[in-house]
Design a protein around this ligand. Structure first.
Ligand SMILES: Nc1ncnc2c1ncn2[C@@H]1O[C@H](COP(=O)(O)OP(=O)(O)OP(=O)(O)O)[C@@H](O)[C@H]1O
Length: 210
């Protein structure tokens, strides 16, 4: 289990801390949801867990051991909001192998099967995929690194009803294997499948359901 213990984040540029004494645990095979209005600190929290920023106080632990940013970068896969805007590969294969040219075709096919993109040709440009397929590719880009934890920033944003359903179905499947943490500005459809739901308000976290 990955745990946050009294994590605060107070960059010098802000009069108030962005996050204050945030504590929670992320068990494997579960989906946790954090809701909060715009500016509540949701993305900042994901960046701390992904090792892209460092808490100014508190600890992030993995099996009781404190973790540093490089450990977190290994353990967590962060899917940004509108991830399709950040695709750089000219083809699906290139996108999946960015930074990991050693990945075998078998590993690539395996992850594409996991996200139900097995039938899409590997030479297809990512931008030719539908919105729902692009979100699934963004998940595959993180899954292929075999993280413990998937961090998802507004995974349903900008999708129509049928694409939202596709992505939700996939998240339901992924939580059988991975720990998932989703942040969103509303309680959205995902709260029905969440194992724990918290609200982030004024930099503090409070539980909504368990
Ligand atoms: N390093 C930093 N320096 C100054 N301010 C920061 C820093 N990191 C975060 N903030 C501020 O913290 C606040 C929370 O930002 P964050 O993007 O985490 O919110 P959010 O809940 O994800 O919002 P949204 O839903 O609009 O994406 C913002 O006001 C942001 O400007």
């Amino acid at each position: 289990m990955l745990s946050l213990v009294d994590v605060s984040y107070h960059p010098p540029a802000t009069p108030q801390p962005v996050l204050q004494r945030v504590s929670f645990g992320l068990p494997s095979q579960s989906l946790s949801l954090i809701v909060g209005v715009s500016g509540a600190g949701k993305t900042t929290l994901l960046e701390l867990i992904a090792g892209l920023a460092t808490p100014t106080q508190g600890k992030i632990l993995w099996r009781e051991q404190p973790l540093q940013a490089p450990d977190l970068q290994e353990l967590a896969g962060l899917v940004f909001q509108f991830p399709e805007r950040h695709f750089c590969g000219l083809t699906l294969l290139e996108e999946l192998r960015l930074g990991h040219p050693e990945l075998t075709l078998e590993q690539v096919q395996q992850v594409l099967t996991t996200v139900h993109l097995r039938d899409v040709p590997l030479h297809q440009p990512p931008h030719y995929l539908s919105g729902g397929q692009q979100r699934r590719l963004a998940l595959a880009v993180q899954l292929i690194r075999q993280p413990y934890l998937l961090l998802l920033d507004e995974p349903l944003a900008g999708l129509d009803w049928s694409m939202r359903r596709q992505v939700m179905q996939l998240l339901q499947e992924l939580k059988r294997t991975w720990a998932l943490l989703v942040v969103s500005h509303d309680t959205c459809e995902l709260s029905a499948m969440a194992d724990q739901v918290w609200c982030l308000e004024g930099g503090r976290l409070r539980g909504l359901t368990g």
